[in-house]
Write a protein that binds this ligand. Structure first.
Ligand SMILES: [Zn+2]
Length: 237
């Protein structure tokens, strides 16, 4: 699959879940809403593992490193979508810097999914960007909620910035974002602990409501997936 085909695949995926090509995506709520059989587990993982995925009984499951920034977690989720939707359903672990061809392809797909090429050039035109600088780059990554590093790679990929510019724009992003009036949410984890969102809780609650499992079993399943809030903290929710 070449880069043009990967971009087309990402565009088609956006259209299939009803997201316009030029719009930013609030990624986790949107995929949790649109992909009904998807469960996302945030997990304490080593720094160099970005995520993993598997398909069990037609349920799509992705694991995301709970230490990474929201930008990185979003990119990982988009990367796992490539494995879950366009490859054979086998358990896959994804390293941060892998040279594996499939991993590189999943990264390209993720980049195109979060920021279609047309959307990038549209944004550039609408904002009268002649030459990318740190101001326009931070504005753009905040608008599309894409990680700083992913946007820099993407701009270098399109020859919009040089390797030297990449290196000079990369460091101290939190400092540069705060100075430009942005909050830090993109650069800190979306969920920073072991936690599960998506279809799993819906399946457990449905099974309990239909008397297919006892309350003891329900609690066991919820605790196994780090949803202790639903077992112990109901008063506070
Ligand atoms: Zn992967």
């Amino acid at each position: 699959m070449n880069l043009y085909e990967l971009n087309q695949l990402a565009i088609q995926f956006r259209l299939d879940i009803g997201i316009n090509l030029n719009d930013p995506i609030d990624f986790f709520p949107v995929i949790t809403n649109k992909i009904k059989n998807l469960t996302i587990v945030f997990l304490d993982m080593p720094e160099d593992i970005s995520g993993a995925c598997n398909i069990i009984n037609s349920q799509k499951i992705m694991f995301i490193n709970s230490y990474h920034s929201k930008g990185r977690q979003t990119f990982t989720a988009a990367h796992e979508i490539f494995h879950l939707f366009y490859e054979k359903p086998i358990f896959t672990i994804c390293n941060v810097n892998s040279d594996d061809e499939i991993e590189k392809r999943a990264n390209q797909f993720a980049s195109f999914l979060l920021l279609p090429t047309g959307a990038l050039y549209n944004y550039k035109k609408e904002n009268n960007i002649i030459k990318w600088d740190l101001n326009s780059i931070i504005d753009c990554e905040q608008y599309f909620q894409i990680s700083h590093e992913a946007l820099l790679y993407r701009l270098m990929f399109h020859d919009e910035i040089t390797k030297d510019e990449f290196n000079s724009f990369k460091p101290k992003i939190k400092y540069h974002a705060i100075r430009r009036g942005y909050g830090l949410s993109l650069y800190e984890p979306y969920i920073d602990k072991n936690y599960t969102i998506g279809n799993y809780a819906r399946l457990v609650e449905k099974a309990f409501e239909r008397d297919l499992i006892s309350n003891g079993k329900r609690e066991e399943y919820l605790l196994q997936s780090y949803l202790q809030d639903l077992v112990y903290n109901l008063e506070e929710l």
